[in-house]
Design a protein around this ligand. Structure first.
Ligand code: AMP
Ligand code: ZN
Length: 468
């Protein structure tokens, strides 16, 4: 089956084909680095990691851009309060963000541009917008003229006239032509302190949305494949991006828009005031494993809300333990048969088909995980009957390893198979010391059935794995 995604723009499930065959270019809205990132943000970043990993699993090359917002009102306010520059202020949260990504085994994007490094590209884009009649200036502030862009609001399904009516209350605050017009560039005022850029547009700083339009275009080209974010990004942020990019370049912008639903905590919106606002490090400090957190964040379809509870986190840890035990059991199973078992070969084919069929369907993770659990049950049955050969065992472990390139939860630090081999070798050495030849020969045979050959040398025993 071909890969399909639910496109927010068209509100339908569509077959996916990258613009350049074999190469996917995607942009993901990254964090505002004014504080530690919370687990709600990580729900979205985890969905994007699943997407990226699955595209790679399908053999596609991925170029992903995730921006880091290091210029915004909150950052300016907080850095001013501490009397430090925004660079100095954001550095610590940027470092923390990368530590968190690594703890959660979220793969790094190919590019992590920071807004402050792309001011020239933003200015150039606003100048193109002015040339094309989409941008105008009032007292040093630059705005986007939404009247000029009839498709504005299409991503969110909002009509232009509804927007104008709904927003009328706010008119007094602005000197814009239309209340819905949004800021591209903000003129400096005293509250901005030292944070400003002297540019042909005047002294000031960019609006939030121009950041993503300018950086995506600079790094991925005018027209690219996928743009992602959480549902809260759809409006106005992503509708603004479309208007800006199409307005500036006159070309199509993004083919597929994917948005993940929010994470809520114990059934409620996550909010500092409710005391249910968690950062990753808070959960790690409480002793929860990053793998269990990763599994929990992954385990629900990205377009469904995810209710985070400590109970579900505990259940994720148990589920993972079952998978680890399974891998250990396959690794250490005594292989009584030498020939591949056709039932195992069939199970491997079935689980692979089911895993791919599920994820091909808009990353439908639940049936993909369900297929893995059925597989575990089938193989456990084969093991109980001692009908697993060494080759079957390898096949099973390789299959789990392939799935794990997508899931990222199974790999543990040491290679389990190597650990088992080392343990048997140590046991054999101990047996030889006490001249327990039957045990030492028995271990040699067991290792041989696993494809391991031993060589006793003056300096100890070495081992080789037969390439199969
Ligand atoms: P921000 O740092 O607020 O710009 O958010 C970074 C990303 O996290 C964006 O893609 C948001 O849509 C997403 N996000 C924010 N809150 C949540 C939440 N509670 N659940 C899922 N995603 C979220
Ligand atoms: Zn963005």
């Amino acid at each position: 089956m071909a890969l399909r995604f639910y496109n927010t723009l068209t509100r339908t499930s569509e077959e996916f084909a990258p613009i350049t065959p074999g190469h996917v270019r995607m942009y993901t809205c990254g964090p505002t680095i004014h504080d530690f990132v919370h687990i709600g943000n990580f729900r979205t970043f985890m969905f994007e990691d699943l997407l990226r990993r699955y595209l790679k699993y399908k053999g596609l090359k991925v170029t992903q851009v995730m921006n880091l917002t290091d210029v915004d009102d909150k950052i300016i306010r907080k850095s001013t309060a501490e009397g430090i520059s925004i660079q100095e202020y954001t550095r610590r949260y940027r470092t923390a963000f990368f530590d968190d990504l690594d703890a959660l085994h979220i793969e790094h994007a190919e590019h992590f541009p920071a807004a402050s490094e792309y001011i020239d590209a933003m200015v150039a884009m606003i100048q193109s917008l002015e040339k094309n009649g989409f941008a105008y200036q009032v007292d040093g502030n630059w705005y986007f003229r939404i009247q000029k862009f009839p498709g504005y609001g299409r991503l969110a399904g909002i009509k232009l006239d509804e927007l104008k009516m709904g927003a009328r209350i706010a008119t007094d605050e602005y000197e814009k032509e239309q209340v819905g017009d949004f800021a591209l560039w903000k003129a400096w005022d005293e509250g901005d302190g030292e944070v400003y850029w002297e540019t042909p547009l005047g002294k000031g700083r960019p609006g939030w949305s121009i950041e993503c339009s300018a950086m995506s275009t600079a790094l991925l080209g005018n027209h690219f494949d996928i743009h992602t974010g959480g549902v809260d990004n759809i409006f106005p942020h992503h509708d603004n991006e479309i208007a800006q990019s199409v307005g500036a370049t006159g070309e199509p912008f993004v083919n597929v828009w994917l948005h993940s639903a929010h994470l809520i905590v114990e059934g409620q919106k996550m909010a500092k005031s409710l005391g249910n606002f968690y950062t990753l490090r808070e959960l790690l400090d409480r002793g929860y494993s990053p793998k269990a957190i990763r599994y929990l964040l992954l385990s629900k379809h990205y377009r469904q809300q995810l209710n985070f509870t400590f109970e579900s986190l505990g259940a994720s840890a148990e589920t993972l333990q079952r998978l680890y035990d399974f891998i250990d059991n396959v690794t250490s199973a005594t292989m009584k048969t030498a020939v591949p078992n056709p039932a195992v070969t069939r199970s491997v084919e079935t689980v692979q088909d089911r895993f791919e069929e599920a994820l091909d369907d808009d990353l439908n993770i639940s049936p993909a995980l369900g297929a893995i659990f059925d597989f575990v049950r089938d193989i456990n049955r084969v093991m109980t009957k001692q009908k697993l050969s060494y080759e079957d065992g390898r096949n099973v472990l390789d299959t789990m390893g392939r799935f794990d390139t997508v899931l990222g939860v199974l790999a543990r630090e040491a290679q389990p198979l190597d650990e088992r081999v080392e343990a048997l070798i140590r046991e054999r050495e101990a047996a030889r010391k006490v001249k327990n030849w039957p045990r030492s020969d028995g271990i040699r045979d067991e290792l041989a059935s696993m494809g391991i050959t031993l060589e006793d040398t003056a300096s100890g025993t070495t081992w080789k794995r037969k390439v199969q």
